[in-house]
Design a protein. Structure first.
Length: 151
């Protein structure tokens, strides 16, 4: 069952969180702890930092679970676009998901689009409840990736 999308608005910005895409890397928590704190009921408080700092933290989210829109804009705020590859690139993370960056569309076996954007974390342990997206199940399953160069 899909989890409810969350939206947090402050002057100048709206931050959106899709828990169905998050694999709990905690990059947001480490990057801007004043804004992102899971110990609070309202775990995202975009008003706790400058808008530019919030945008920068959101753009570090490796799964694309966090997105944001600046006030008065209809497009996603994306200040790291020049750092993203022009073509899709997949990188394996140690003992975790495959991190997809670049412009992409993900389709299921019937050709229906189930994901698109510029960032995603894809499961490689086989335990996710939201395939093909990683949900952090590798942490509970004890999944370990093979060292490079082994068959």
């Amino acid at each position: 069952m899909a989890k409810r999308l969350q939206s947090y608005t402050a002057p100048g910005i709206t931050v959106r969180f899709d828990p169905n895409l998050c694999y709990h890397s905690a990059v947001c928590l480490r990057t801007l702890p004043a804004v992102f704190d899971v110990r609070r009921r309202k775990w995202i408080e975009p008003e706790a930092a400058y808008v530019d700092d919030v945008v920068a933290a959101v753009n570090k989210c490796p799964s694309g679970a966090l997105t944001c829109v600046r006030e008065g804009s209809t497009v996603q705020a994306d200040e790291g676009e020049e750092d993203r590859p022009a073509v899709a690139m997949i990188q394996a993370s140690p003992d975790g998901p495959l991190l997809l960056q670049g412009s992409f569309v993900i389709q299921d076996e019937s050709g229906r689009t189930i994901g698109s954007g510029d960032r995603a974390a894809l499961c490689r342990c086989g335990h996710t409840v939201n395939p093909p997206f990683c949900d952090g199940s590798h942490l509970l399953s004890g999944y370990r990736s093979r060292p490079s160069g082994t068959a």
